[in-house]
Write a new protein. Structure first.
Length: 214
């Protein structure tokens, strides 16, 4: 399997790459899977690191990414970083594609935002669930769009063995929580069953507060 494959997550990589700040130093791709996006980030950042808690995904990512000098892959749970491998305030760019629904939204987004250096950017692409009739109608419009894109790209391909989860939060819940936790973020709902959130950490005071009890 080469790096030239298409699926609904890969389709929104341009949204993520478009959010990378100029002269990006450190980029962190959370839940990197087979590392395709991390390798793309390595072309735009001095150093790109992919983290995933799946040993199998990290093995695949290292196998496919060994050629690039400024890319590294770490097997770890980014929420449970007892070893301090991902220091808060270190990263100019943090991405998470199809990952946030694997964990508690508030805990994940809060931690991602804290990893950013002032002026750094967070780009999330995620999935949500259809809870209303309107949700189902909008999602239905994605069916022909997905078929056309799959035809254009020679089919939809997912990395083998990639851990997947169902999305429980609704589109509306994600939008509301994103705006509460990341004031000033840009939330967009996309046709191929994904949303994107882009947020810039302007100053220390705008970083989200920790969840209650933290
Ligand atoms: C659906 S896959 C998406 C992978 C990749 N971002 C992509 O777009 O192909 C979600 C990934 O997130 C990883 N993941 C879930 N929770 C994680 C956590 N707390 N820390 C690190 N990785 C996590 C899973 O192991 C899985 O590889």
């Amino acid at each position: 399997m080469s790096d030239d494959y298409w699926n609904h997550n890969v389709h929104y990589h341009p949204v993520v790459l478009g959010a990378v700040p100029d002269a990006c130093g450190e980029a962190l791709d959370i839940g990197c899977g087979d590392g395709l996006l991390t390798r793309k980030l390595a072309g735009r950042a001095r150093q790109a690191t992919g983290v995933d808690r799946s040993a199998e995904m990290i093995r695949l990512a290292r196998e496919r990414g060994a050629h690039a000098g400024n890319v590294a892959f770490v097997e770890a749970d980014f929420l449970d970083d007892a070893q301090g491998r991902f220091p808060e305030g270190k990263y100019d760019f943090v991405s998470a594609v199809a990952v946030v629904h694997h964990m508690d939204f508030e805990a994940a987004v809060t931690r991602m935002a804290r990893l950013l250096a002032p002026g750094g950017r967070l780009a999330i692409v995620g999935l949500a669930g259809n809870h209303t009739a309107l949700d189902w109608i909008i999602s239905g419009a994605g069916v022909p769009a997905s078929r056309i894109q799959a035809l254009r790209h020679g089919g939809k391909v997912d990395p083998p063995g990639m851990p997947v989860e169902d999305a429980r939060m609704s589109w509306d819940q994600v939008r509301r929580e994103a705006r509460r936790l990341l004031p000033g973020c840009r939330f967009r709902r996309h046709l191929l069953w994904r949303y994107s959130i882009v947020w810039e950490r302007r100053e220390a005071a705008s970083a989200p507060r920790p969840p209650a009890g933290d």
